[in-house]
Design a protein around this ligand. Structure first.
Ligand SMILES: [Zn+2]
Length: 138
C-alpha cells in the first residue's frame, strides 16, 4: 500500500503524473506538484557493451545507411562492414547501445552484444504469451 499524498497547497489528494513510472506527483485540484528524476536501470548501468553485426546480413540500402550512421563511416565502408561481418560496429553504454539495437532491429539485422544486453528492446515481450500446462490429467 502506498500512503495517500496530500497537496500541501490545497489539501486535495495528489496523483502520480504517470501511474506506470515514479516520475512525480501532481495535484488535480490546484496543479501544484513536483517531478522526480526517474532513472531507468540502463541509465545507471556503466557497463560498456560491444555491438557486433552478425554475418549473413544483406547489404540493402537501408542496412548500409543504418551501419553508416552507427559507425560514422561512409556508405562504401559501411557496405564493406556488412559484407565482412561479423564485425564490431559500436561500443557504448547501455543507453547508447539501446538506440543502436533498436535501429538494427527495425531493419531486422542480425547482431550480437557482448556482454549480453539485459534490457528488452520492445515492450511487447513474450511474457504475455499464454502457456497452458496440461499436467493435471495423469
Ligand atoms: Zn493542490
Amino acid at each position: 500500500m502506498i500512503d495517500k499524498i496530500i497537496c500541501e497547497k490545497c489539501g486535495a489528494e495528489m496523483l502520480p503524473i504517470d501511474p506506470n513510472k515514479p516520475v512525480g506527483m501532481t495535484c488535480p485540484n490546484c496543479g501544484w506538484g513536483w517531478a522526480t528524476t526517474y532513472i531507468d536501470p540502463e541509465q545507471e548501468d556503466d557497463t560498456v557493451y560491444v555491438v557486433s553485426l552478425s554475418e549473413g546480413n544483406i547489404a540493402t540500402r537501408a542496412a548500409i545507411k543504418a551501419v553508416s550512421k552507427i559507425t560514422s563511416k561512409n556508405f562504401i565502408q559501411a557496405k564493406r562492414i556488412i559484407e565482412n561481418s561479423p564485425v564490431d560496429i559500436y561500443t557504448g553504454n547501455a543507453v547508447e547501445v539501446k538506440d543502436v539495437l533498436q535501429l538494427l532491429e527495425s531493419l531486422s539485422l542480425a547482431y550480437g552484444v557482448t556482454p549480453e544486453f539485459p534490457y528488452s528492446q520492445n515492450q511487447e515481450g513474450t511474457d504475455t504469451e499464454n502457456i497452458r500446462r496440461d499436467d493435471s490429467d495423469n
